[in-house]
Design a protein around this ligand. Sequence first.
Ligand code: UDP
Ligand code: MG
Length: 139
Amino acid sequence: MAGNRTFTMIKPDATAAGNAGAILKMIEEAGFRIVAIKKTKLTPELAGKFYEVHKERGFYGELCAYMSSGAIFPAILEKDNAVEDFRKLIGATNPANAEPGTIRALFAKSIEANAIHGSDSDENAAIEGAFFFAETERF
Ligand code: UDP
Ligand code: MG
């Protein structure tokens, strides 16, 4: 059975552009409850750790530099079928391929600076949520 939590980050491009509020409004209006959220900034080392699964990919170095270039809003979200429904709400990795009306179609600047992260599995949602939040910070 699909789990009811996912993990997201509003990335540096969308945070710097002042789009965090509009994006969080879309997330809440789509039926997700915010379980935990904060504003923070990753070091290149922490970004590297978060994206370790991509370390063999050509874009890894640039991705770590970009993800540590400015403030982000990590958050844990709750809804039935959370992982799959949230991936639908954010749209394809490359905004050029994202469905109209999705968060990436509306706010992403490029395939790298694509406004928002969404976990790809229940297992990764749990790992990624634990990367940023203790159990006592989830409400
Ligand atoms: N990314 C990139 N170039 C690519 C593919 C991905 O810079 O060719 C970045 C982009 O920010 C993406 C992140 O790496 O969101 C993680 O890639 P993944 O394939 O997991 O995409 P996602 O799950 O975020 O849609
Ligand atoms: Mg991914």
